[in-house]
Design a protein around this ligand. Structure first.
Ligand code: CMC
Length: 435
């Protein structure tokens, strides 16, 4: 469908008796937005929209989410099809290049990913200088921005090929950094990437192989890893993607933008929720709390507790990624013959919440983070790595948005306004006269 601006209608706004005409823009899926670019110039007012809940900040052809119907399309393809039929590398290619790769393009992309998988050897010593217990997200973000001192920054006039190489370099190296940060946290020697493995196999090998034990990634785990990364590959203008776009708008380099995105993802309300869900379930298990007690606390407005892994700004129905994750969770437990008490608690909580008017009235359903941590746990990942895995999956989406932003002639430095609530001009008081 055409991406062109289609002004299908006009809206009228009356401010101080003056009528201003606003263009109504329509997305290729039919949502409409009022164009406010000249609002201040024409009315003297600007828009007030805390948390940007009603604000579209760009046009984008990457990802479509319909929160009412629970639809997620990446470049038009349903997430269910991509998770079932594509490798993560194919989906990364789809997001970054705009279409699914041919066999030849896929092989070239995989070859490039292998070529660029090593980290500069000087970077290895950085890992050693973090204190024991350093969170791998802190290491990940710092290492990504450090890449800019080892690898050339991209200028606007860079060719598409140079952009492709930088994007591929980042995709490949993030996986190596993620695995090294884990090895550092458990005090084991780093395992180097190898050309003989596929993207996910390489990652699992760097994570779980050690000099004292033979490790061969199981084909089931490799397929599962691919699916999990695909589930996270993009989700339009979420908080971390918006941060990547905002930092790009200042002219900062790609590594800096992604590093900032990683920091934004870390928060508990965003990607950090996958770790927070497991911590919540562990506490419920440890303290022997019932589902009723937990739901009661989540509804209590005097408590700051929220049911982690529930709710979403956009989804007002079951998050399609959560649906897939729940199925994957049940399948992996069965396959590995694991009985995890935390899974039973999660299912009881879900059932209890979905039947509760508080959650129903607010359309609060499980989101992607509710079941993914339980899958990672069954695969042997420690909970501190969960958000790192989210970042690894989200990277192609961030890169695609960064690229789109750079090429968008409508974009300028992102610089929101505010409603000032401080004092008016105040006379200076010398220190000796202050009371
Ligand atoms: N538990 C209890 N109440 C909740 C929850 C929850 N998890 N989520 C929202 N609410 C309530 C909230 O208190 C508010 O109630 P009221 O109308 O009475 O004030 C209402 O539902 C609307 O919530 P909101 O905070 O205005 O919604 P939001 O769109 O600003 O926040 C959210 C979305 C995801 C931050 C929020 O639902 C939340 O904190 N969830 C738990 C953390 C979480 O799972 N985050 C992962 C999000 S999905 C993956 C990702 O983006 O990384």
């Amino acid at each position: 469908m055409s991406e062109k601006k289609r002004k299908t209608d006009k809206a009228h706004l009356v401010v101080d008796g003056k009528t201003v005409e606003l263009a109504v823009l329509e997305s290729s899926m039919g949502e409409r937005a009022l164009e406010l670019g000249r609002l201040k110039a024409e009315t003297g007012c600007f828009a007030f929209d805390p948390a940007m809940a009603n604000t579209a900040v760009c046009r984008s052809s990457i990802t479509y989410v319909n929160g009412e119907k629970g639809i997620l399309l990446l470049r038009g393809y349903p997430i269910e099809d991509l998770a079932e039929r594509c490798s993560f590398v194919e989906v990364a290619y789809l997001l970054i290049h705009g279409g699914l790769p041919t066999m030849e393009q896929s092989m070239r992309f995989s070859r490039l990913l292998n070529i660029h998988s090593m980290l500069h050897e000087d970077m290895r010593s950085f890992f050693g200088n973090y204190p024991e217990g350093a969170h791998p997200m802190a290491v990940l973000s710092a290492m990504v921005v450090s890449l800019s001192s080892f690898y050339p920054e991209l200028r606007l006039e860079n060719t598409q090929e140079e952009t492709d190489i930088t994007a591929t370099r980042l995709l490949s190296k993030l996986r190596t950094i993620a695995a090294f940060s884990y090895k550092k946290s458990v005090g084991e020697p780093y395992v180097y990437p190898s050309h003989k493995y596929s993207y996910c196999e390489n990652f699992l090998n760097m994570m779980f192989s050690s000099p004292v034990s033979m490790y061969k990634a199981d084909a089931y785990d490799v397929a599962l890893m691919n699916k999990l990364l695909v589930l996270h590959a993009d989700h339009e203008q979420n908080a971390s993607t918006t941060v990547v776009r905002m930092v790009e708008s200042t002219g900062a380099n790609l590594y800096a933008c992604i590093s900032a995105g990683i920091c934004a993802l870390w928060g508990n309300l965003h990607g950090g929720a996958n770790q927070a869900v497991i911590e919540m379930l562990e506490k419920i298990h440890r303290d022997g709390l019932t589902a009723d007690q937990v739901i009661h606390k989540a509804k209590d407005k005097n408590s700051r507790f929220r049911l982690m892994g529930f709710g979403h700004r956009i989804y007002k129905s079951y998050d399609p990624r959560a649906k897939l994750a729940k199925k994957m969770c049940m399948a992996v437990l069965k396959k590995k013959k694991i009985q995890d008490p935390l899974v039973e608690i999660a299912m009881r909580l879900e059932e209890r919440a979905l039947n509760d008017p508080y959650f129903q009235d607010r359309s609060l359903y499980p989101n992607v983070d509710f079941y993914t941590g339980l899958i990672y746990r069954a695969m042997g990942f420690p909970k501190e790595m969960f958000t790192v895995l989210f970042a690894l999956g989200r990277l192609p989406g961030w890169i695609a948005h960064w690229q789109e932003m750079r090429k968008d002639p409508e974009q300028r430095i992102m610089r929101p306004r505010q409603i000032y609530t401080g004092p008016q001009k105040t006379a200076y008081i010398p220190i000796e006269e202050r009371r």
